[in-house]
Design a protein around this ligand. Structure first.
Ligand SMILES: CC(C)(COP(=O)(O)OP(=O)(O)OC[C@H]1O[C@@H](n2cnc3c(N)ncnc32)[C@H](O)[C@@H]1OP(=O)(O)O)[C@@H](O)C(=O)NCCC(=O)NCCS
Length: 182
């Protein structure tokens, strides 16, 4: 299925983040309502992460709107040289796959669509808009093993699992996925 209602996909620069704070957090709060009590998923922690992502080189964000209403967004940044992204990996992976030179990997940190707008291709629209023209050779993201909608989407879009990864001590253990961009 493709997006059936006219949608605009707007690119947000890191400088725009604070201006869009309220609507970005409103969508996050709605989408992650059931996890907000967990410290890692709390709104202040989430906002701190967004601000940190936006300060990174290669930051990019796209926002999907229908009649000015934010229906979802996606964002990420380029892993810097010597990035610690892979340091929480829990599985043995060929070391050559884990070296970052600042140009190799785009980390897709967030992708979310409000529930009322799901299964209409909007996540795919945001995903493709975010990754279109990226100069990196691959992208990576973290997904919870029980997140069936997201895992199904990623598999359909060509992502594959590299191993299990815990990004922070109080974060869950995720599956680290990779997508070849070249
Ligand atoms: C994951 C998410 C972004 C998908 O958004 P979406 O707009 O519904 O996705 P799309 O419509 O582009 O769907 C793409 C494909 O994903 C798969 N998919 C999506 N939702 C699914 C579900 N509930 N069950 C099974 N497969 C699903 C399907 O293969 C779908 O293609 P199809 O509709 O042609 O069958 C959305 O469910 C979401 O915001 N979830 C909460 C936040 C989240 O978990 N983000 C990912 C963090 S890693």
């Amino acid at each position: 299925m493709t997006a059936s209602t006219p949608t605009t996909v707007e690119r947000l620069e890191s400088a725009d983040l604070h201006r869009h704070r309220d609507e970005l957090l409103a969508v996050y709060t709605e989408v992650y309502e059931e996890q907000l009590e967990t410290p890692f998923f709390s709104v202040p922690r989430y906002w701190d992460r967004l601000v940190a992502y936006a300060s990174r080189d290669g930051f990019s964000a796209v926002a999907g709107r229908i009649e000015d209403q934010l229906i979802g967004y996606a964002l990420g940044y380029a892993l810097p040289q010597g990035s610690r992204w892979w340091s929480g990996l829990r599985d043995d992976v060929e070391p050559a796959l884990l070296t970052e030179d600042g140009r190799r990997t785009f980390a897709l940190n967030e992708i979310m669509v409000r529930e009322a707008f799901r299964r209409r291709g909007y996540a795919k629209l945001l995903h493709d808009a975010l990754l279109a023209g990226r100069p990196e050779e691959r992208a990576t993201l973290l997904v919870l093993p029980d997140n069936i909608p997201a895992r199904s989407a990623y598999r359909l879009w060509g992502w594959y699992k590299l191993g299990r990864l815990q990004p922070f001590n109080d974060a869950p253990v995720y599956d680290a996925m990779v997508l070849d961009l070249k």
